[in-house]
Design a protein around this ligand. Sequence first.
Ligand code: SF4
Length: 300
Amino acid sequence: MLQQTRVAAVVDHYRIFLKRFPNIQALAAASEDAVLAAWSGLGYYRRARMLYQCAKELVQKHGGRFPQTAEALQTLPGIGRYTAAAIASIAFAEPVAVVDGNVERVLQRLTGIDLTTPQTWQHAQALLASSRPGDFNQAMMELGATVCVPRQPRCPNCPVRKWCVTRLSNFNQGANGTITMERPASRPGGTLALNSSRRIKKEIWCVLNQRNGSIRLVQRPRKSPLMPGMWELPQLPQKRRPTWVPAAWRTFRHSITVTDYAVHVHRARTAKGKWIPVANISQFPITGLTRKILKAAGVI
Ligand code: SF4
């Protein structure tokens, strides 16, 4: 849940999700729609689908228990090298190093070398304290997240400064004592945030149609590359508002990965989609944008 998402946005969803699916068996026995409904509002729904498929595979092939090595964990849906190493080292004490964007930056500064990805993993593995791999990995990630931060690293307070090749040398100290980077902390294509000029802008027109405690929603195609099978407000097909549709009730701003949407919502009638009773809406996997609009309209 925390991938690409802030802790504050996750906490409530995490508690509700674990209450609904308290173990792997409960998750595997649920329907995909029920899992997506519980995930609704967190975005990046591929994570929920992978989690669900992973639970199913654990039950079908592994007796409902996680394998205990990074190598075996990587055979499960949705678990790549980073996640496998994190689970294996933290949960099962396997001496295997974890590399995320924070660790990559720490290692580049510690060594003073613009390391390639394979070299970064090798360096991390060479440094690993094999008696406490989970603690070591968490300490490295935390060091990058709180001390060796991208723009203003706190070198004077850094616990590894005496081994660090870079240590202040590539940074400028401002009049107020703050330290800023002279050059980017990562290679192009690395962990830097996307430049705002590379973001895509789009407009959408959709319809909010309420009647007798129900609301009109449509289900996205099951094979859609974006949020397949999820429910949302019906959209107007054309990009211009037809004359029979009243002016927009409200316009919402919504961002998904690199796209910024302006979403114009019209209160109007539509024959598209199905009537969904508002009382049952929590059982439907609705998109984050739909949730945002329905909340603003006082529907949920
Ligand atoms: S001394 Fe500075 S640059 Fe080196 S690891 Fe610590 S915070 Fe990062």
